[in-house]
Design a protein around this ligand. Structure first.
Ligand code: DGL
Length: 267
């Protein structure tokens, strides 16, 4: 068996999109997922608050046996990576570099559109990382999307209308070749994003952050742990509404959720 235990953290359901990709990629691994749903959304909060929340979650996962940490949250990756790395003694992988790498591989030297939370956009972490790869990024904050996804409204006329407004505003400023999903909640509505882009006359390719991140993590883990067979296992913690988390989580994960444990990380 692969002895690795991988902690996966997000403010809510979004990180399950990364976990869904990771489970088949790393056989034999044990995953501990933590959704800090009581304090969501992170994307509208200050850097200090986001860093405090993210560090508490990272410490919890390390204390529960994680030997690798996946920050499956763009907002925490953009605003709290340094604080998380200083707080734990295990390797930490964020989501921003893998997504930008994937965009660069497929569309070098191009204009890209980054959809993300307000905090991620204000940090300009994507713009800066894209610039190191020769990509020109237009960043668009989409604060209404996380609540819609958390409500389970993934295939819903209201979600489609909200996307029409955000995407037509963004497309009036640039003509991207790729659209980077800079929030781990967004892969759940990727088909709707692609459909609305087409409706608005854009042929931009949607780059799925979850898949790109999972591939990068699998490579990192393979270097330190021998390959193994057998299904990966996982356990799940949420800081609020465990019933809702279990119900919607299984829909997002594409398989039944294990029992979701309620966790109190404080205020
Ligand atoms: N899923 C998170 C991200 O990737 C953020 C959602 C939130 O605002 O809490 O940015």
């Amino acid at each position: 068996m692969c002895a690795t235990t991988i902690g996966v953290f997000d403010s809510g359901f979004g990180g399950l999109t990364v976990l869904r990709e990771l489970l088949p990629l790393i056989p034999g691994a044990h995953f501990i997922y933590l959704g800090d749903s009581a304090r969501l959304p992170y994307g509208s909060k200050s850097q200090t608050t986001i860093a405090r929340y993210a560090v508490e979650s990272a410490r919890f996962l390390e204390a529960h046996g994680a030997d690798h940490l996946v920050i499956a949250c763009n907002t925490a990756s953009a605003l709290a990576m340094r604080e998380i790395q200083e707080a734990v003694a295990i390797p930490v992988t964020g989501v921003i570099d893998p997504v930008v790498d994937a965009a660069y591989q497929r569309h070098p030297n191009s204009d890209v559109l980054v959809l993300a939370t307000t905090a991620t956009v204000q940090s300009h972490a994507y713009r800066d990382q894209c610039a190191t790869h020769g990509l020109r990024a237009n960043e668009k904050a989409c604060p209404l999307l996380v609540p819609l996804v958390e409500e389970g409204w993934v295939d819903n006329p209201i979600t489609r209308d909200v996307l029409r407004v955000y995407l037509s505003e963004a497309l009036s400023e640039s003509s991207p070749e790729a659209v980077l999903l800079g929030c781990t909640h967004y892969p759940l509505i990727a088909p709707v994003i692609q459909a609305v882009l087409q409706e608005l006359g854009s042929s931009a390719e949607v780059i799925d952050s979850a898949r790109a991140t999972a591939i990068a993590i699998e490579r990192a883990i393979r270097l330190s742990h021998p390959a193994s067979s057998g299904p990966a296992t996982f356990q799940c913690y949420a800081t609020d509404s465990v019933d809702k988390f279990a119900r919607l989580g299984s829909q997002f994960l594409g398989q039944p959720m294990p029992r979701v444990e309620l966790l109190d990380l404080g205020g």
